[in-house]
Design a protein around this ligand. Structure first.
Ligand code: PEP
Length: 252
């Protein structure tokens, strides 16, 4: 099956609204988007509305980087999925390793956040990945299986028709160490096989599985040449419009 490539950026905690507007004006000038691929940028909450407005005449999708699982209530500092969706954001990153590591997001929370995102009509970009110790200890696939099982628990194939997964080995995030295309491919095959067991072949074949971890303009084409790598989630390289334009315009 051919899956439409999905190329996403994650700004993390960078850029004000004014800087976001500047970025999109540069990106749009630089890059007539090819229509054989989808492009998304996950921006900080305060820049969601400005970013949505800035890409209004383009197919670029704006995403949030997290949501809380309750719709409203006494949860100071949190933002709900309906609130993110009301800005015009169409997707959300869930379970990023920085959320798991620094903000205590557990697998059970990621599962609840996934439910909230789906109910709000947001495309979930579910992040999974093993640490260096887990990889070196030969437990990478056990960790991926456990993260997937916990995140997807209770959802049907129909619920997860829009699911996008990002395989992001923690040791490759922000480290300059990219997984080799072969290592990433092997993990993606494992994830797809696991999806097939949990949700059936059709959903597994349709799900886009992105690779994330030091994706750059000069490694994107090689990564994308692997049959089960359906896109990328780029952090650092998505902050620069010229670099991100080169990533999204990689030669297929
Ligand atoms: C990320 O933020 O999800 C990421 C993969 O970061 P980087 O590309 O900087 O490694």
């Amino acid at each position: 099956m051919s899956r439409k490539p999905f190329l996403a950026g994650n700004w993390k905690m960078f850029k004000t609204s004014a800087q976001a507007r500047q970025f999109f004006s540069e990106l749009i000038k630089l890059s007539p988007l090819k229509d054989d691929r989808e492009v998304a940028l996950a921006v900080p909450f305060p820049s969601l509305e400005a970013s949505v407005a800035a890409v209004a005449d383009t197919p670029i999708i704006i995403a949030a980087q997290n949501v809380y699982f309750e719709n409203e209530g006494a949860f100071t500092g949190e933002v709900s999925a309906p609130m993110a969706a009301a800005t015009g954001a169409r997707a959300v990153i869930l379970g990023h390793s920085e959320r798991r590591q620094f903000f205590g997001d557990t697998g059970a929370w990621v599962n609840k956040k996934l439910g909230a995102a789906l109910a709000a009509g947001l495309i979930p970009i579910l992040c999974l990945g093993e640490s260096l110790a887990e990889r070196e200890g030969g437990r990478a696939f056990d960790v991926l299986a456990a993260q997937l099982k916990e995140a997807l628990n209770g959802f049907s194939a129909a619920d997860l028709a829009s699911l996008v997964i990002a395989y992001e080995p923690v040791w490759a995030i922000g480290s300059g160490k990219t997984a080799t295309p072969e290592t990433a491919q092997e993990a993606h095959v494992f994830i797809r096989r696991h999806l097939a067991e949990q949700l059936g072949d059709k959903t597994a074949e349709a799900a886009r599985i992105l690779y994330g971890g030091s994706v750059k303009p000069d490694n994107i084409a090689k990564l994308m040449s692997q049959p089960d790598i359906d896109g990328a989630l780029a952090g650092g390289a998505s902050l620069d419009a010229a670099a991100f334009a080169r990533i999204i315009n990689f030669d297929a």
